[in-house]
Write a protein that binds this ligand. Structure first.
Ligand code: GLY
Length: 598
């Protein structure tokens, strides 16, 4: 663990983006505000064919009409510029979108350790230009020693142990998932796609203000565990412009690159980190690791106004909940004007109904029968639509359902020159997961156990109230909201790749970007900048981004019976859209992410 100020970076601080871009690949570069390698071009002011500029409420913080990044051949959009650069490096070397996605996944574990990970899990939806598609579930599972009431104290009160500390972690799936994706769809070796991540870990990553601020925000958590010596040198976040190297993580990555998933799940590295965890009070064993398997599933395939969506089935609730919501909305001939009272009412009501089902009925299909066919049926959606009135909000309690979830997570979207597309969402749950940092192997462990209903019927970290189906059982996957999604146009050609971070808001933010593109014909930049709303059934309130609608619209919604809450950011999306002549890429303007194309 070393942290050094870097004269090289001081040079970059004053250097132009073009100079940073010309730096050789072997240099750790790409950070946002200290010499970003913005390998990016836009087509200033050009509205792609078939799109129209959006109109937002006057007070809204983003202007309509900004530009997305354009690439004639390929695009990677992620929350970390260095990770996007890793993907593009692999694409330029001839790798396909899956090779690049795996490179981005490992690079995020180094350059975006707050959510990118080896100690977490995720979901990947892949659509290949030859028509093959797959959904890879590499969600964490509850350790064999987990029990239903493990997070309740002797009085039956929920403790914080599902969120912070050594008991909060599920068995990590990330390494098994990334290696499985590469094996099935990739064209390059693990060593080739992991080279950028290993280089970042060994040579160092320059600390930008976004990272320093994320560490500052999580200081109380990080300070409790072994990651403090690396991420809080002298008790404070590393200085912007300094370089952070992660030699222990580099050793782990090198071992995985040489020996594949086994290096992480069996053998000396696994022994070292499980024994470190056990000494701290954790329960993940070598048997848990040896038994971990990612699962290939058929994507949830649905249609919306003639477009096709390929999205994530359970153990994530994302794809089913998005499909159910869009099926409800499809029954309206067109959606009301963007930002109007009726827009908020119809979207809010559709989400409310889909979340009731999500919270009660969805869970790991290996443990609970999950009614996917029913919930994604358009006739079922029609029945739900019939319960939406024109003048009044419907209280969630009268609709029958009621059940909680983590906020941080990270999503990336990749498209290559052949039109192969990968949507990946991965997480530690909270930023820096459980806070537990395993010095023996160089990574943070997740706090994904909090995505179970630790106390069915009571709210979790996100206020989500979930049912019995998602109760803790050994070996079970906790329900997720992650929603990696690929949208095909009416001719079956790739149109959009999207997904988000944000706990349950993943579902609402991802689907609203899709609606903005499909219904409102917005440009990708406008679709991402547009204000968002969120309804998750319980708490029974409609959250709208601050200044996202006019005061008159907010008043009308209150008059209809909505509890209207104001939110400061709903989800952080990374998306890629096919446009004439290539691809547009866009990271959420609410984030420090960066699309890079060429
Ligand atoms: N931990 C957030 C999710 O899986 O939805």
């Amino acid at each position: 663990m070393r942290l050094t100020s870097s004269l090289l970076i001081l040079g970059l601080l004053t250097g132009s983006a073009a100079r940073a871009q010309s730096r050789p690949d072997s240099t750790a570069h790409g950070v946002t505000d200290v010499g970003l390698a913005r390998g990016t071009t836009t087509r200033a002011g050009r509205v792609p064919e078939g799109r129209r500029k959006a109109v937002f409420s006057e007070a809204w913080r983003f202007n309509a009409g900004s530009d997305a990044v354009f690439g004639a051949h390929a695009m990677v959009a992620s929350d970390a510029p260095l990770a996007s650069a890793a993907g593009v490096e692999i694409l330029k070397k001839g790798g396909n979108a899956v090779d690049a996605a795996v490179a981005v996944g490992f690079a995020l574990a180094v350059a975006y350790p707050e959510a990118g990970n080896l100690g977490g899990g995720g979901y990947m939806v892949i659509h290949m230009a030859d028509g093959r598609s797959g959904a890879l579930d590499y969600r964490e599972i509850a350790p064999l020693a987990a029990t239903r009431d493990m997070y309740l104290d002797s009085t039956g009160t929920l403790t914080k142990n599902s969120v912070v500390g050594p008991l909060a972690s599920g068995v990590p799936g990330a390494v098994a998932g990334l290696t499985a994706a590469l094996k099935k769809y990739g064209t390059m070796s693990l060593a080739q796609v992991m080279a950028p991540a290993i280089r970042y870990a060994e040579q160092g990553v320059v600390v930008d203000s976004a990272f320093a601020s994320s560490v500052r925000g999580s200081r109380p958590l990080i300070a409790q565990f072994a990651g403090a010596s690396l991420f809080l040198p002298n008790g404070a976040p590393p200085a912007v412009g300094s370089t952070i190297t992660q030699p222990q993580l580099a050793r782990t990555l090198r071992a995985i690159a040489a020996r594949g998933r086994d290096a992480f799940y069996t053998g000396p590295i696994a022994e070292a980190w499980t024994s470190e965890l056990r000494k701290a009070g954790g329960i993940i064993t070598m048997a848990d690791l040896a038994g971990y398997q990612p699962v290939w599933r058929a994507p949830v395939r649905s249609t919306y106004r003639g477009y096709t969506l390929l999205t994530m089935p359970p153990s994530s609730s994302g794809g089913v909940t998005i499909t159910e919501t869009l099926n409800i909305l499809e029954g309206y001939r067109s959606l009301p004007p963007f930002g109007s009272t009726r827009w908020a009412h119809l979207l809010g009501s559709a989400y409310q109904r889909a979340f009731i089902d999500r919270n009660e009925k969805l869970a790991d299909p290996a443990f609970v029968p999950v009614p996917i066919a029913q919930l994604t049926d358009k006739r079922y959606a029609a029945k739900l639509r019939a319960t939406i009135g024109t003048t009044r909000a419907t209280p969630t309690t009268t609709l029958g359902g009621a059940p909680r979830e983590g906020m941080q997570t990270t999503h990336y979207s990749v498209v290559d020159r052949r039109g192969n597309a990968v949507a990946t969402t991965t997480t530690l749950n909270n930023l820096y997961g459980s806070g537990v940092y395993l010095s023996s192997a160089g990574f943070f462990l997740n706090d994904e156990m909090d995505d179970f209903a630790a106390q069915p019927g009571k709210p979790n970290m996100f206020g989500l109230v979930q049912g019995e189906a998602n109760a803790i059982q050994p070996g079970k996957r906790m329900l997720s909201a992650m929603s990696p999604t690929v949208v095909l146009d009416r001719r079956g050609k790739l149109l959009l790749v999207a997904g988000s971070r944000g706990g349950p808001r993943i579902i609402t933010s991802t689907s609203q970007v899709i609606l903005n593109v499909l219904d409102y014909r917005m440009t990708l930049a406008d679709a991402m900048a547009a204000p968002r709303l969120h309804h998750q059934a319980l708490p029974d309130s409609l959250t709208i981004e601050r200044d996202g609608v006019t005061p008159a619209v907010a008043d009308s919604l209150r008059a209809m019976g909505y509890g209207v809450a104001s939110g400061r950011g709903i989800g952080l999306v990374n998306a890629v859209m096919r446009v004439k002549g290539g691809y547009e890429g866009m990271s959420d303007p609410r984030s420090s992410g960066q699309p890079i194309g060429y």
